[in-house]
Design a binder for this molecule. Structure first.
Ligand code: SF4
Ligand code: SF4
Length: 220
């Protein structure tokens, strides 16, 4: 159903918010990562807003999480893995930390995501680009359903321009700092060969590092 002009005016505006942490000052790679996520989130907000204005509604919400179990090939870039390590080691606390540590220790490759706790993402501020980009409209996924295959029209198509800008923002982590080079390489998919599958990473290593090892600072 296409919305009337009056209804469109009432549609809430979706805005991306840049996450920040005080530690960014001493961790340039973290600024890079959070800038990249902010760029991606801006593109996502733009595309979601377009869909909302056309009368669709976003099915994704906190507590709806079967996608985190169904999807077993979630791509993650090297800087994203560093971000997840940092967040889990430095920022998780209390029972949530213990629960994620147990899940990481017991994790078997190819299973659902080990960061899902009580129906919510335990690493939400640093969840990967792939998770950010996966948004579904009109009705929640059924258990085991991947709507990319069952109802592609309900799955958000990422905004390519912002996606490329997000990838370009990660490139200084790999020594590429010149703006024109970053743009060119991001467009050419230079990071694709470095992508890992989140469900095949050895998360036991992270569980062990949660027990007191200090995260080394990454040089840029
Ligand atoms: S992708 Fe599907 S399961 Fe995941 S939050 Fe959105 S509607 Fe829910
Ligand atoms: S990282 Fe978070 S959003 Fe992504 S699959 Fe895991 S729990 Fe779900």
């Amino acid at each position: 159903m296409v919305k009337s002009r009056r209804d469109r005016k009432r549609t809430p505006k979706i805005e991306a918010v840049r996450v920040s942490f005080p530690e960014e000052h001493g961790l340039p790679w973290l600024t890079m990562l959070l800038d990249a996520y902010y760029l991606a989130d801006r593109g996502i907000a733009l595309e979601i807003s377009k869909r909302l204005r056309s009368g669709q509604h976003l099915a994704c919400k906190k507590g709806c999480s079967s996608c985190c179990i169904t999807h077993t090939t979630i791509p993650v870039y090297p800087l994203e893995v560093v971000g997840i390590y940092w967040f889990v080691i430095e920022k998780l606390s209390g029972p949530e930390r213990e629960k994620i540590k147990r899940q990481l220790s017991a994790y078997k490759a190819g299973k659902g995501c080990p960061f899902l706790t009580d129906g919510a993402c335990g690493i939400h501020p640093v969840r990967p680009l792939a998770c950010r980009h996966f948004n579904v409209f009109n009705k929640p996924c059924s258990p085991g359903e991947d709507p990319f295959f069952t109802r592609r029209q309900d799955v958000l198509t990422p905004n390519e321009r912002y996606k490329e800008r997000a990838l370009a923002a990660m490139l200084p982590f790999h020594g590429i700092k010149k703006p024109s080079e970053k743009r060119r390489l991001a467009k050419a998919g230079a990071l694709n060969s470095m992508v890992k599958n989140l469900q095949e990473i050895d998360w036991l290593n992270l569980a062990r590092r949660m027990d007191g090892e200090i995260m080394p600072k990454t040089k840029t």
